[in-house]
Design a protein around this ligand. Sequence first.
Ligand SMILES: Cc1cc2nc3c(=O)[nH]c(=O)nc-3n(C[C@H](O)[C@H](O)[C@H](O)COP(=O)(O)O)c2cc1C
Length: 166
Amino acid sequence: MTEISFSELSMNPYEKIGKEWMLCTAGTEGNYNTMTCSWGHLGSLWNLPTAICYVRPQRHTKAFIDREETYTLCFFPEEHKKALGYLGSHSGRDGDKVAAAGLTPVHEDGYTYFAEASLVLVCRTLYQAPLKEEFFRDQAVMDKNYPGRDFHDLYIGQIEKVLVSE
Ligand SMILES: Cc1cc2nc3c(=O)[nH]c(=O)nc-3n(C[C@H](O)[C@H](O)[C@H](O)COP(=O)(O)O)c2cc1C
């Protein structure tokens, strides 16, 4: 993979995250976990290139993101969409789902990404907070997305590295 600057990145985040999906991964060799995410943001905050991902409390991956300084967001060519579907419907609690999905983890400097990815954002968590019932200003959005009141934690990460496939 080749490193580029965030300014060189050109994409539609709504399509890329919402429609193509991404993997959010934290941890290192022998002790990492990953999950599919289709909710997130990319942009500018505190004069830094930043990404936000949203993780429900019951996800196994959450403990890894909570524990580690960095997490990665990986985007893939269309041919790997089935693998993302698998990783978004199986838990790392129940076995080696990455092997089952056929992806190849690459472990580097305290974070993990996947060899098949076309784009990797290495993010250092700057801020973490749970969404809260009392702060919703649209009751219908809350009721629709949180019938079990299992509110996501959001993780604002500084994008420290952007890697693209060669
Ligand atoms: C297309 C798709 C998008 C998803 N997006 C999110 C998301 O943004 N946040 C989240 O908490 N879970 C999301 N999930 C659910 C997790 O990926 C799923 O529960 C996964 O199995 C969790 O794995 P884990 O228990 O190993 O962490 C999504 C699932 C799919 C299939």
